[in-house]
Design a protein around this ligand. Structure first.
Ligand SMILES: Cc1ncc(COP(=O)(O)O)c(C=O)c1O
Length: 387
């Protein structure tokens, strides 16, 4: 998901421009008399909201912060249970922990996203929210997850950290549930170094998110920052103008990045069709196309395939190389500390483990040439013959 592949001259110009226009006011708010009308974070928020077709976007310092801020806006706290999938980046769990709510972790299906049936089976009378995560660019089954949520009155926060620009049945990911969270960290589809965004269609949720991300500020618009009141407590999860300026440029490249990735993935997929393996189930063509995942027959075969890739100078993307950060079976330290799955976490999520232990993810890049794609495919087909 390589915003970093198309990062350079335009972003540098946007930073220089900040200094040329007003001397470099890097705070998103205040300094109104000095900043000559330059508000890059606000512009980025407006442009992002427009691109997503949602009325409200709040820029924050990371997606981890976006998840935390959104959960606060949704009123999640002690006594509530929040359901997440067992395959996600650890940040999804960390944000829930920060609220004081209890974490409930459920299996993924062959799409490697939350299994809606596992969600249904995990509900209790304390379940308040669910966080579907659109992992590795591909949408979770939002029709079925939303149906479960509506039936049981659950709040839905989409973790779209890895899926900015993706869509489900034509609707942008991150705008289907009550709130959505996005990441612009250095490895994502568009990047601001570190950075994130909260998106919602609900004015009240937006006001609460905006306040919590900035020490509770009410953003009255009528008095100066120092004089205005707080609508509650908060924290500092603000984005800087540097990030806002870069974000605007990168957002302008999003559709070009998506088009290139989807084209390259389709080409690679076409050449790898002959592999005798099952491919990850992709539920909607609105995926980002930044990875191609297949399941080997067993974990030994998967390990052999990964060794073969290494010998050929090729890498994988998170699966299996960063599983410790992405699969709940590795989070015993968390379960021990908070008491969830205290004695059973080693035995949990076995169905997902069976899939993940056999999965291999090939990265798909923006700048892959046809020759490079053909070379990767040829190597993969050869490795498959050898193992
Ligand atoms: C699914 C998921 N959620 C949340 C995050 C956290 O994003 P950030 O690095 O912007 O805090 C990530 C980052 O990799 C992620 O992949």
């Amino acid at each position: 998901m390589p915003g970093f592949e198309v990062f350079g001259e335009e972003e540098r110009r946007a930073i220089n421009e900040l200094f040329e226009l007003n001397g470099g006011i890097l705070f998103a708010h205040g300094f109104d008399a000095m900043r000559k009308g330059v508000y890059r974070v606000r512009e980025f928020e407006a442009a992002f909201a427009a691109r997503m077709g949602a009325p409200h976007a709040q820029a924050v310092s990371s997606c981890t912060a976006a998840l935390r801020v959104a959960l606060e806006a949704l009123g999640i706290g002690p006594g509530h249970e929040v359901v997440i999938p067992c395959f996600t980046f650890v940040a999804t769990a960390e944000a829930v922990i920060q609220t004081g709510a209890d974490l409930v972790v459920v299996d993924v299906d062959r799409s490697l996203n939350m299994d809606p049936e596992a969600l249904s089976a995990a509900l209790t009378n304390r379940t308040r929210a669910v966080i579907p995560v659109h992992m590795m660019g591909a949408p979770a089954d939002m029709d079925r997850i939303m149906a479960v949520a509506e039936r049981h009155g659950l709040l839905v926060l989409e973790d779209a950290a890895q899926a900015c620009g993706g869509a489900w049945r034509g609707t942008p990911l991150g705008t289907i549930g009550h709130m959505g969270a996005f990441s612009f960290d250095a490895g994502k589809v568009i990047i601001t170094g570190e950075g994130g965004m909260v998106v919602t269609r609900d004015q009240d949720l937006f006001v609460r998110a905006r306040a919590f991300h900035d020490h509770g500020h009410e953003y009255s618009g009528t008095v100066g920052r120092g004089e205005e009141g707080a609508i509650g407590n908060g924290f500092n999860y603000r984005m800087t103008e540097l990030q806002g300026a870069i974000g605007l440029v990168q957002l302008g490249k999003l559709d070009m990045i998506l088009e290139a990735q989807r084209r390259n993935k389709a080409r690679l997929m076409g050449l790898l069709k002959g592999l005798p393996f099952e491919f990850r189930t992709i539920l909607d063509p609105g995926e980002l196309g930044d990875s191609l995942i297949f399941y080997l027959p067993d974990r030994e075969a998967a390990a052999g395939f990964v060794d073969g890739l290494k010998r050929e100078g090729l890498g994988t993307k998170n699966v299996p190389d960063a599983m410790r950060w992405h699969f709940a079976k590795h989070w015993g330290y968390m379960f021990k500390r908070y008491g969830w799955y205290r004695d059973s976490w080693r035995e949990q999520w076995q169905r997902s483990a069976d899939l993940l232990e056999r999965a291999v993810a090939l990265p798909v890049m923006v700048k892959m040439t046809d020759e490079r794609i053909a070379e990767i495919a040829e190597k993969c087909l050869r490795i498959a013959e050898e193992i």
